[in-house]
Design a protein around this ligand. Structure first.
Ligand SMILES: *[C@@H]1O[C@H](CO)[C@@H](O)[C@H](O)[C@H]1NC(C)=O
Ligand SMILES: *[C@@H]1O[C@H](CO)[C@@H](O)[C@H](O)[C@H]1NC(C)=O
Ligand SMILES: *[C@@H]1O[C@H](CO)[C@@H](O)[C@H](O)[C@H]1NC(C)=O
Ligand SMILES: *[C@@H]1O[C@H](CO)[C@@H](O)[C@H](O)[C@H]1NC(C)=O
Ligand SMILES: *[C@@H]1O[C@H](CO)[C@@H](O)[C@H](O)[C@H]1NC(C)=O
Ligand SMILES: *[C@@H]1O[C@H](CO)[C@@H](O)[C@H](O)[C@H]1NC(C)=O
Ligand SMILES: *[C@@H]1O[C@H](CO)[C@@H](O)[C@H](O)[C@H]1NC(C)=O
Ligand SMILES: *[C@@H]1O[C@H](CO)[C@@H](O)[C@H](O)[C@H]1NC(C)=O
Length: 646
């Protein structure tokens, strides 16, 4: 292998002449550093030459995976207000196939940008070789109202937040004599010479991705509170936490607190490394870029992989976006943590409180990820605590909830609606392309069941909630869909099968559903979108969204597909069905990366001809953040209670 011999060569060279290898190898120069000057990080990323073999491999995988992508034809003319995402996916792939690229990074970046601008967090090329750095600016911005006027400000909590990144980060700015502390709370008049909201729009259009709605993407440009894993966290936002180290600084015109004079300040970025360790270009490639034992799927029926599925039962469906800023998340400064004591069931992704009014229970549902059973026991514990305390109304915070297990969304709706309400999922379909048709045929013929395959018919129920027998081929006949002048073959419609849960929800709603409301920043994706859409469409739940661009509309949900499959998942389906040698099957990826895609569509209750992702449901209640609420969840909840409940 080329890189093995190159590594050996470099090691030999280093033994002869210390330092010369480092001088000529841009990766060796930054090896072992947690924080790296962006131009040095870029030099390492750009040190790998363009390779046509790798391009053909990646593009072949990508064009095959797009055959499974349920939203492909919607992109030809994305319905308003999502028209910004319109593109011809096949033409984009052809363009990237025929463009000349100087480096492997440039090729991967073009592919990343194309999929990122689909604005579907379920459908993206994630090149693990090149997303190892996050470019951090020590001046994240927020969007708050002061004296009745919305404006962009440097985060006022800067001096509490930035030190949480670590002394290596702050020492760098000390070493170059850059005083970021004095910029805390400064009013931003311009960014890169533009109106700050215009620049925020630019970031929302080119960097943010993940959410179809522009308004929702605007909010992800700003710094915001969230739960990362199971802890309170402050997100840098997409302006100050960029996905590539491709920018060295950003220039602001601003008025510092305690000043009246506008000044122009150029703020340096410093990139944070979160990839695997390396010592030089050779080991950088081996440890971050070459395909590894987890890149591709496996044949679950092969004896060598049988132990990988020793869990009986269904494979759990997931609908979740990837937010790279989760990998090295920074905490929320402690002054902004809720002061109300948490109730039972608050150690996982849900944090629950009774507000000082003693009437309102709050569940901050940070995601639908993590421990599948604990989510259910925590829900039960919180609601039991609320009931024991005589709480009469419930506020649910979904800020920055990126989704998770599809069945946990359905569980929470079921818990709030009571099991008597019935099915809480959506009608769903996958695409019946020729390879998908063969997969289901093979599964049926071989008796492969839902413990090995997402495609297995016994993963799904008919619309009367009876489980499909594993002999039922739901692609035969397939159902034609007409989208933007194209005819697409789809599966028959089916329901999810989530019951029985580990915790049985109550038969009747624990609270009058009129006294349940939702707040968020709109950055609520995947399972979170399905949860909020279902609460809105079926119970008329009040949903309030904070922030966004003043005077512009904003959806209450981000990206709403029904299920995502990672590259390794769809490859596992192909291999387990015995089709890896079929001419339609994609090859294994030669590089470390993921091409995830939205594999199932959820259809709206209100209009069965439209995916919920494309049903525009602007937030009916919109509020600005203020200095009191932008980073303080409990203050925000108290404000919302006064607005949303009598
Ligand atoms: C391109 O990548 C392939 C697959 O990793 C490798 O075999 C080949 O040597 C590379 N070509 C060049 C010119 O480096
Ligand atoms: C890229 O273009 C070349 C030349 O036209 C073609 O042979 C190849 O199949 C294309 N690759 C993909 C993945 O479409
Ligand atoms: C502004 O002035 C007040 C009063 O002198 C001081 O407490 C505060 O720290 C100053 N703020 C900044 C950001 O310099
Ligand atoms: C990577 O390097 C860091 C710092 O040099 C070290 O603390 C860590 O243990 C290393 N990790 C691995 C997996 O070798
Ligand atoms: C892949 O290899 C790593 C390191 O050797 C190991 O920790 C991991 O469990 C392996 N994963 C699989 C799926 O075999
Ligand atoms: C998967 O299901 C099949 C058929 O229902 C059963 O025979 C097999 O034992 C199951 N395997 C596992 C690992 O649960
Ligand atoms: C909280 O959990 C403890 C331990 O399980 C239990 O004894 C207590 O009754 C619970 N409190 C409420 C309010 O449900
Ligand atoms: C549910 O629907 C399926 C498909 O239409 C049908 O075969 C089955 O008999 C129905 N089951 C019940 C209990 O109605």
């Amino acid at each position: 292998m080329l890189w093995t011999s190159l590594t050996t060569a470099l090691v030999g060279l280093a033994a002869v002449a210390h330092g010369t290898a480092a001088a000529s190898d841009p990766c060796a120069k930054i090896a072992g550093q947690t924080f790296v000057v962006p131009s040095d990080a870029m030099a390492c990323l750009k040190s790998f030459p363009f390779n046509e073999t790798l391009r053909q491999n990646v593009l072949t995988v990508i064009s095959t995976v797009f055959d499974f992508y349920t939203f492909e034809y919607y992109y030809l003319s994305s319905p308003a207000p999502f028209q910004e995402s319109t593109t011809n996916i096949r033409a984009d792939i052809a363009r990237i196939n025929s463009t000349k690229y100087a480096t492997d990074y440039d090729f991967n970046r073009a592919l990343y940008d194309f999929t990122n601008q689909l604005n579907d967090g379920h459908t993206r090329w994630l090149p693990y070789c090149y997303d190892t750095f996050q470019n951090l600016l020590p001046t994240p911005i927020v969007n708050i109202e002061q004296n009745g006027v919305w404006g962009v400000f440097i985060a006022p909590d800067l001096t509490e937040f930035i030190p949480l990144v670590g002394t290596q980060y702050t020492d760098y700015f000390k070493s170059i004599g850059f005083n970021w502390e004095r910029l805390a709370g400064a009013q931003v008049l311009q960014i890169e010479g533009q109106d700050p909201y215009a620049y925020v729009d630019y970031i929302a259009d080119t960097i943010s991705g993940n959410y179809l709605d522009h308004g929702v993407r605007v909010n992800s440009v700003f710094s915001s509170y969230r739960i990362s894993s199971t802890s309170f966290s402050q997100r840098f936002g997409d302006l100050a936490g960029a996905p590539f180290p491709d920018q060295n600084s950003l220039t602001f015109t601003l008025i510092p607190v305690n000043s009246t004079l506008p000044e122009t300040v150029t703020v340096p970025f410093l990139a944070s490394y979160a990839g695997n360790n390396f010592t030089d270009s050779g080991s950088y490639w081996t440890n971050n870029c070459a395909a590894n034992n987890e890149t591709n799927g496996v044949d679950l029926l092969a004896s060598s992989s049988l132990k990988k599925r020793d869990q009986p039962g269904r494979r759990l469906a997931r609908a979740v976006i990837v937010d790279k800023s989760q990998t090295n998340a920074v905490g929320l400064p402690s002054p902004y943590h809720p002061t109300a004591p948490p109730v039972n069931g608050s150690t996982g992704v849900i944090k629950s409180y009774i507000l000082p009014d003693h009437k309102t229970g709050v569940m901050f549902v940070g995601s639908f990820e993590g421990d599948y059973t604990q989510f259910q026991t925590d829900t039960q514990a919180a609601i039991t605590s609320f009931q024991k305390a005589g709480v009469s109304r419930l506020l649910i915070d979904l800020s920055n909830n990126g989704g998770g297990y599809v069945c946990l969304g359905e569980f929470l709706i079921s818990y709030l609606s009571g099991t008597n309400f019935g099915y809480t999922g959506f009608r769903s379909t996958s695409r019946a392309n020729p390879l998908a048709i063969k997969i289901v045929q093979n599964l049926v013929a071989k008796g492969i069941t839902s413990n090995y395959s997402y495609y297995a018919p016994d993963n799904w129920a008919f619309l009367n909630d009876t489980e499909m027998p594993n002999t039922y081929d739901y692609n035969s006949p397939s159902v034609p869909l007409f989208i933007n002048g194209q005819t697409d073959a789809s599966s028959q419609r089916f329901h999810d099968l989530c019951t029985p849960y580990d915790v049985t929800p109550p038969a009747n709603p624990p609270f009058d559903l009129k006294n349940v409301a939702i707040v968020s920043n709109g950055d609520c994706a995947s399972t979170c979108s399905m949860f909020s859409t279902s609460m809105y469409e079926r119970h008329g739940t009040k949903i309030a969204v904070f922030g966004g661009k003043p005077g512009e509309t904003m959806e209450y949900k981000g990206m709403a597909g029904n299920q995502v499959l990672e590259w390794a998942d769809i490859d596992t389906e192909v291999k387990t069905a015995g089709l890896k040698d079929d001419p339609l099957a994609p090859p294994d990826l030669l590089v470390s990366g993921d091409l995830r895609h939205n594999w199932r569509t959820a259809w709206s209750y209100l209009d069965e001809s439209r995916p919920i992702a494309y049903v525009s449901e602007p937030a009916t209640y919109r509020y600005p953040y203020t200095k009191e609420t932008y980073m303080n969840p409990q203050n925000l909840w108290t404000f919302a209670v006064n607005q949303l409940f009598d």
